[in-house]
Design a protein around this ligand. Sequence first.
Ligand code: FDA
Length: 393
Amino acid sequence: MTSPPTQTYDAIILGGGAAGLFAAATAGQRGRKVLVVDHAPRVGQKILISGGGRCNFTNIHTAPDRYISANPHFAKSALGRYTAADFLELIDAYRIAWHEKTLGQLFCDGSAGQIVDMLLDECAKGDVAIATGHPVRDVGHADGRFSVTFGNRTASAPALVIATGGPSIPKLGASDFAYVLARRFGLKVVEPRPALVPLTLGGDEMLFRGIAGVSTDVVARAGKAAFREAALFTHRGLSGPAILQASSYWRLGEAVAIDLLPDRPAGWLRTAKRDQPRVGVKRALGLPERLADALAERLALAGELANIPDRALEAAERQLADWRFHPNGTEGFAKAEVTVGGIATDGLSQKTMEAKTVPGLYAIGEAVDVTGWLGGYNFQWAWASGRACGEAI
Ligand code: FDA
């Protein structure tokens, strides 16, 4: 049996997620002949489940300091050239209704499917060919051309784009393929770890599992980062937006410091003692009852405020403002929204995303060591890096 002839393209994009489809549409509309290859049965699966099905497609406060990377300057160029306002213009051109939920986070009013449909429409305008449901069997590189074998087909092109994302949520088709391929071409990979992920508690702190389901507004700190949002106690430990954000900066062995009452002014417990001497600590906290119970028990301050010495109240205040949790891990890639780490940026051009040592090879999106905060930042990176690459290939 003879194998079908190799099909030739100007660019082959591996991965039909947010970054891959956006790069494909950009290049296709510039007249390039583009092929997207994805092993999943359909493209854009993470987009479909994102933002609770409504896709938080960008954040109007996008700025490079809201991204984690070994080189914090790397993302500046692409983010500066394709902004949240640019993506919003596209959304508006497709008459996709949207709203700002909180903190600059823009969501579809309808469904995330509208974003995938828009990307597919943009790809169609550029005559992009899309092949789904075929694992990549082989990638070759000779004489300035890349060849990709998938299913029973082989395609070749002078440009190859790695857009296969990171390993978070493997059940959706996520894989570490990007890192394996990048290493094969001599690129370095910054150790990937799960991010925007719930943290697990053990030891004495397991007692907090007893209040699973309780949520409260906090400031959560990990490393030098601090996030004011809700924290949620879970059966395994801690979650909620404040914790997910902090998790991207957290390292095993470190504490996560939580201010459980971020709006209380210094000295508030002594003021409460003066104003409401007959009240106990638990009521003075004004937190959800089960959380107040758990904290009051650990603070070991029984009885009315009037009978508690000022020094003990001051110590309690300090502890409540800086409660140290010592996570023993995370819920891993199975539950992580994104991956911190990835293809090292020092091997890539910040203007085009092309590998410095392998002309024609590009890497974009989550596969690269650029990870955004929670709230639309990761899609904005996918659009911006996809656009930068699509304009270059
Ligand atoms: P993405 O993962 O989207 O696409 C990679 C593609 O490559 C996939 O289609 C995959 O099938 C394919 N692929 C993988 N391995 C392959 C292989 N070996 N061969 C061929 N194809 C392969 N971000 C945000 O900004 N706002 C939000 O609301 C959310 N919400 C959200 C919810 C959940 C549950 C998750 C898991 C993640 C989010 N995110 C998010 C993060 C966001 O989804 C993520 O950052 C982008 O999808 C990254 O886009 P990429 O195109 O880089 O990868």
